[in-house]
Ligand binder design. Structure first.
Ligand code: TXA
Ligand code: MG
Length: 323
């Protein structure tokens, strides 16, 4: 394991140049996307991709998303059906990942696809991610920039909290706007299948395709994030709570006159604000729970439509028993 002197890079051309040069030499560099920070590595360099798994302590059977600058590059690594191209045109750049048949001889490391014959691709919208991908030229493999199983990072400091000394650098792009990982969509023939709810509401995808999305039920497509416990704080968590019990710290949603001690995802009940706050609030409450001698966190119930689907998915995994 390399012991890096992890540097924070500025968001100017110098920072981007330094990041590209580290990536070209095979080192892992975290960068902002509009969803969460990604831990990037040259997707065509086996050793560099292996470095991601090592830095994150990630079980290596979990495949990675290939991030690219534009549709032209995406089409060199994946085969797009008409539906896939419709979604790409409607929502890229943005918080959508498409799992598509992988083209042969793409130069992609087999570690990226974990030996599957599909590849997950995404064009991120964050201007710094765009600059970095354009300057780098090829695809960057990038899982979320957090130790495996832990809460995703939505700021450069969150990245450093989890990965300092384990990665070469983080490009500082401030807070992530969306705050939830991308929505992952696969295809079963012509039918779109939701593999992971995320920052793009499923309703928008269904409207674009004129077709309800199918929920993943196993079978041929390998589902991402199958690990039940994921996105986990150390504190115990209870979700869909109507009030904190036993001294728990409260994570509220919507107008809250109760005065419970803790934080609120969005006082006005705005799902976009709640998504953007989710991971940073979980981090903050986890730290508070620790300083107060191991308290637990109780979370208010959140509606399950729009971004609420993804918020509930992450909360369920965060609250699941750790194995
Ligand atoms: O917003 C995001 O998606 C962020 C940012 C950095 O882009 N990335 C992210 O990556 O969340 P990660 O590695 O934490 O989650 C990617 C998920 C994994 O659960 C993985 O199993 C799934 O994508 N995945 C990757 N390739 C796949 C494939 N070929 N088939 C099915 N699932 C795949
Ligand atoms: Mg992740």
């Amino acid at each position: 394991m390399v012991d890096y002197n992890t540097v924070k890079l500025s968001d100017g051309p110098r920072g981007i140049r330094a990041a590209v040069s580290l990536l070209k030499s095979g080192d892992p560099v975290a960068f902002p996307t509009e969803t969460v920070y990604g831990l990037g590595a040259d997707a065509c360099n086996d050793r560099a991709v292996a470095g991601i798994f090592e830095a994150k302590n990630r079980p290596s059977f979990n495949p990675l998303i290939a991030h690219v600058a534009n549709l032209e590059i995406a089409e060199t690594i994946a085969s797009f059906s008409d539906s896939a191209r419709d979604l790409a045109q409607a929502f890229w750049p943005g918080p959508l990942t498409l799992v598509l048949p992988r083209k042969p001889d793409t130069g992609l490391s087999d570690l990226v696809t974990a030996g599957l014959d599909t590849v997950a691709v995404r064009i991120p919208a964050h201007p710094l991610a765009q600059e970095l991908l354009n300057a780098f030229g090829g695809p960057l493999a990038a899982p979320s920039a957090n130790p495996s199983g832990r809460v995703s990072a939505t700021s450069a400091d969150h990245v450093l909290d989890g990965l300092r000394h384990r990665i070469a650098a983080v490009v500082d792009g401030g807070q992530c706007e969306v705050g939830l990982e991308s929505t992952i969509v696969g295809f079963d023939g012509d039918i779109s299948v939701l593999l992971r709810p995320g920052g793009l509401p499923v309703e928008a995808i269904a409207a674009c395709l004129g077709q309800e999305m199918q929920r993943f039920k196993g079978g041929d497509i390998t589902a991402p994030g199958q690990m039940t416990s994921h996105y986990s704080p150390d504190a115990g968590m209870r979700i869909n709570a109507s009030a904190p019990q036993d001294d728990a710290i409260w994570l509220g949603f919507g107008p809250d006159q109760t005065g419970y001690r803790g934080l609120n995802l969005s006082v006005s009940g705005d799902m976009v604000e709640a998504a953007a706050n989710l991971f940073s609030h979980l981090r903050e409450l986890d730290a508070l729970a620790k300083t107060e001698g191991g308290k637990s966190i109780a979370v208010a119930s959140i509606p399950k439509t729009g971004l609420g689907l993804a918020i509930n998915d992450r909360l369920q995994r965060a609250a699941a028993p750790k194995d």
